[in-house]
Design a protein around this ligand. Sequence first.
Ligand code: ZN
Length: 72
Amino acid sequence: MAEMVKDVVCGMDVDPESAPAQTEHEGKTYYFCAPGCKTDFDGNPQKYLSPDYVPDAMGEEQPAKRWWEFWK
Ligand SMILES: [Zn+2]
């Protein structure tokens, strides 16, 4: 089994041998689970490589606002 790499956009594990999309950034190759993730990465690589970026787990929706947040 090939070594899995992380899709830095969504956090999924991707098999480099069958990754649907890949891109090069500063001499490194990044693999993505879908062309859409590559597009997002190409649009703003710094965002996704930042240690502060937390992958949007499996395309989960934004958490619904709690009722008390409407009062701010
Ligand atoms: Zn992805």
